[in-house]
Design a protein around this ligand. Structure first.
Ligand code: ZN
Length: 151
């Protein structure tokens, strides 16, 4: 089954089915969405997006876990709290705010210090029970995903 061309993603168009991994030669179901923030050399990996937008790419479970950033790039993984079963609309709004804040890597004076950070990740934002984690990329053998998606 052929996949649709990436160039078809122009504006916010709802996609409710047949979400597939954007990785070439991979046809697994997408479980997360990768969003590029070119201005900050940051890739935000979060829950599967409701809308397809420019510079957003769906990834399957395997490629989400294997995703690494080349030198100079940072990957921000949005990890909902495991205790949160079904996100409410407030959660989604908080998530969007967290992404926007993650695109501005700076701490507000007096902001609480990050706590309970998993190994290999740095917490950069927190909204309620949603946390934004920035993984520290390994310097060797970056995934070729970024090369594949060069415009
Ligand atoms: Zn994949």
């Amino acid at each position: 089954m052929p996949r649709g061309p990436r160039t078809g993603l122009r504006t916010s168009v709802p996609i409710v089915s047949r979400r597939r991994c954007s990785k070439p030669s991979c046809n697994s179901p997408a479980v997360s969405t990768l969003t590029y923030v070119y201005a900050d050399s940051t890739a935000v990996l979060g829950p599967l997006a409701t809308y397809a937008e420019p510079h957003c790419y769906d990834l399957c479970q395997m490629h989400s876990e294997r995703l690494t950033a080349p030198r100079g790039w940072e990957i921000v993984r949005i990890t909902p709290d495991p205790d949160a079963l079904k996100p409410s609309s407030d959660d989604l709004e908080a998530l969007a705010n967290a992404v926007r804040e993650a695109a501005r890597p700076r701490y507000e004076p007096g902001a609480p210090l990050p706590t309970e950070v998993p190994t290999g990740a740095v917490e950069v934002a927190r909204r309620g029970h949603l946390r934004v984690l920035a993984t520290v990329p390994e310097p060797d053998e970056p995934d070729d995903l970024f090369l594949d998606f060069d415009d």
